[in-house]
Design a protein around this ligand. Sequence first.
Ligand SMILES: *[C@@H]1O[C@H](CO)[C@@H](O)[C@H](O)[C@H]1NC(C)=O
Ligand SMILES: *[C@@H]1O[C@H](CO)[C@@H](O)[C@H](O)[C@H]1NC(C)=O
Ligand SMILES: *[C@@H]1O[C@H](CO)[C@@H](O)[C@H](O)[C@H]1NC(C)=O
Ligand SMILES: CC(=O)N[C@H]1CO[C@H](CO)[C@@H](O)[C@@H]1O
Length: 513
Amino acid sequence: FLYYGLGLLFFQLLKGVANGGMAQFQEMMRQQLESSMHTELEKLLDTTTGAEREVSRKDFEGFKNLFHRFLQVKGPSIEWIKIQRPPEDSIQPYDKIAGRGLPDNVADCLNKLVVVKLNGGLGTSMGCKGPKSLISVRNENTFLDLTVQQIEHLNKTYNTDVPLVLMNSFNTDEDTKKILQKYTHHRVKIHTFNQSKYPRINKESLLPVSTNLSMNGQSAEGWYPPGHGDIYASFYNSGLLEQLIAQGKEYIFLSNIDNLGATVDLHILHHLVSQPNGKRCEFIMEVTDKTRADVKGGTLIQYEGKLRLLEIAQVPKAHVDEFKSVSKFKIFNTNNLWISLAAIKKLQEQKAMDLEVIVNPKTLDGGQNVVQLETAVGAAIKCFDNALGINVPRSRFLPVKTTSDLLLVMSNLYSLDAGSLTMSPRREFPTTPHVKLGSSFTKVQEYLTRFESIPDMLELDHLTVSGDVTLGKNVSLKGTVIIIANHGDRIDIPAGSMLENKIVSGNLRIMDH
Ligand SMILES: *[C@@H]1O[C@H](CO)[C@@H](O)[C@H](O)[C@H]1NC(C)=O
Ligand SMILES: *[C@@H]1O[C@H](CO)[C@@H](O)[C@H](O)[C@H]1NC(C)=O
Ligand SMILES: *[C@@H]1O[C@H](CO)[C@@H](O)[C@H](O)[C@H]1NC(C)=O
Ligand SMILES: CC(=O)N[C@H]1CO[C@H](CO)[C@@H](O)[C@@H]1O
């Protein structure tokens, strides 16, 4: 039933009244829910005063809109039969764009640009406390350090003034700001703003679970940052969007801070700023060829005459296999996006940003079942004029989500130059190896203790490590290497070992004596 298990009581009460039929009944119930929600939100606002009340009031406007659309959704937002292949020129190969070369006025292009990083996430999935962006990824540099170095490098090379904007969440704002002090003397201007803070709602009653806005104790569990689609509203509400437009900025380049491949690409930037008036491109999504590892990624389709992002959550069950196939949907969204600031402002003011609502169910520590309503930033592509996909090389998609990803970027497969990682020319194949580290490597701290130094991986194709395994200094891995210590066993790979196409299992101990 549409509104979960909710309102069984309502249903009994209203059944008699709702002779006019199901539609009318549903509409009554929807209005009832919405007005209860509004009452609860007012009560929440009354638990605070001053600036916090002002911020929450703006956040709640966005939440009301999202909740309204959540209640109205009647079935899947996509009709499968209406999906069309995007027209030939709506997803352009990167080479075609880069082939046009760069103009003399690169600095002019750069001066219109703002780099925005999504910095709302915590390092929890990698066993770290605090913001994910503060995890060290390479030579003691954090994600944030690398980002700052990249922008500083642009500023120095082209004598420009590209600001960095971080979208923080209430989870990351305080820790991030402390760290930002260390960049005070760097040649890059850093701005931050907060994502919205929305109330989690009870799965049955669909009402907020917290009774106040406090982030202490139990109440904190009742709040969440509503996904990266929130950037449009919170950027606008922060006043920063307006401020940057007033400074002559025209576009943002937005990406996840954990995507180390998301550097400012001058060819894409030039393409964006050089479109003739009247054909101004307001939105570019960088997509890349799908491999079997990315079958769940969102893809671009043509729908009702516009480019649209299709996410797996929107796909009817019967078509999921089709969606995952590499032959029918060949590309996926890297979440590297280039967006016109003026267009965001316009759409925000017209309230025309109707992003699909993502319903994310959660269970709180106390066992309460809640849902949080979210949106995805790329879903906005359908709202912008002359939107374009650019099929970029895989190297622009280098997300670090797990310690397996971390092992790759820490290794000699990549070299680091002015904050950017590039694949070593000494690797003969341009593909990255497949690395699968087991659960004893999940937490960064533990992973680090298990590698005395990062192995040489230049000639590696595939690595699986599982169980209680350690690797000594200066180990070299080639071809396919599988190291498995079963329960109760332990394997220490001796320093200086070279493993090529080897399976290591059983017990192999090296002990001090
Ligand atoms: C951002 O969120 C943090 C944490 O909730 C808060 O301390 C800070 O005041 C917020 N900043 C703004 C500008 O509202
Ligand atoms: C906020 O609500 C929580 C329960 O959700 C309660 O434990 C706490 O005392 C409340 N705090 C304030 C300041 O009212
Ligand atoms: C590392 O191991 C390789 C063989 O795999 C060896 O040739 C090299 O000398 C060793 N380097 C050090 C510093 O131990
Ligand atoms: C924001 C910022 O620090 N901009 C600097 C970039 O570099 C030029 C000189 O290369 C400085 O003049 C800017 O202040």
